[in-house]
Ligand binder design. Structure first.
Ligand code: BTN
Length: 258
């Protein structure tokens, strides 16, 4: 690596782009952007969600952000830790900005952020590996800020925005700086004390840790419920149904919201 770590990272603002994650990914392919480089856009023509879904966002209404991270304190198999860290980061910002609703802020495993059981933010984390190391992470997030009309989300989750919740508009630029600042602060904290974010993430899992329901991805009739009593940095969750405990993986199971 050259002098990639020197100097401040860039914040790149784009009025119109296909996808901020894709933009950062192609920047990485052809140059050496500094860790912390952030891309934000007013509008994405092909915003990407998880599992090949699209992420729609009205122009200028919401926060669309991708940040380049180099989480060298994590091994490749601990990559899920970043989902926890980013989820807790967004929840912290929401708790500050929507203090009257902080009890209703939660996480749907692995990383949908909900307020009042409706989806307010989605995360798309894309990693590049070198052996057992995470070389680069593109941490993408779409936070619904001032949009008030939405297409229904596939999968039954209803969308919501900060403006719908609070009954007022928010400055997306302020939120941009707050999310980036909180993310860097949390990354520094995580280097010293990883457990803090795992514990906080566990407490944010929807349902106050009880009565969560899960569905097998391979066999939709196969369901289980219980509370999540532990979570690993590789993303496996330990479910306690009152009788037995079972480790499940996000590749095989999804969490249901009712
Ligand atoms: C999901 O919930 O499925 C994840 C949605 C992630 C959307 C954000 S918006 C900014 C960044 N660029 C993208 O193309 N996707 C992420």
């Amino acid at each position: 690596m050259t002098n990639r770590r020197m100097g401040p990272p860039a914040l790149i603002y784009l009025p119109h782009i296909e996808s901020t994650n894709d933009f950062l990914s192609s920047l990485l392919a052809k140059s050496e952007p500094k860790p912390g480089t952030a891309i934000t856009a007013e509008f994405q023509a092909s915003g990407k969600g998880r599992f090949g879904k699209k992420w729609h966002s009205e122009p200028g209404m919401n926060l669309l952000l991708s940040v380049l991270l180099t989480p060298d304190f994590l091994k490749a198999r601990e990559v899920f830790y970043l989902n926890m860290l980013l989820s807790v980061t967004v929840c912290r910002v929401l708790e500050k900005r929507l203090p009257a609703f902080s009890e209703q802020i939660s996480v749907k495993w692995p990383n949908d952020i909900l307020v009042d059981r409706k989806k307010i933010c989605g995360l798309l984390i894309q990693n590049g590996f070198a052996g057992d190391k995470i070389q680069t992470t593109i941490a993408g997030l779409g936070l619904n800020v001032n949009q008030t009309q939405f297409e229904p989300f596939p999968g039954g989750l209803q969308p919501v925005s900060m403006s719908i919740i609070a009954g007022k508009n928010f400055d997306t630029r302020d939120l941009l700086f707050e999310v980036i600042h909180t993310l860097f602060q949390n990354l520094n904290e995580a280097r010293k004390n990883r457990a803090v974010f795992r514990t906080r993430y566990l407490s944010l899992l929807r349902g106050g840790q009880s009565g969560l329901r899960f569905q097998s991805r391979a066999e939709s009739k196969l369901k289980m419920s219980g509370k999540v009593v532990d979570i690993q940095d590789d993303g496996r969750a330990l479910i306690d149904d009152g009788q037995f405990k079972k480790w499940i993986s996000i590749d095989d199971w999804k969490m249901l919201v009712s």
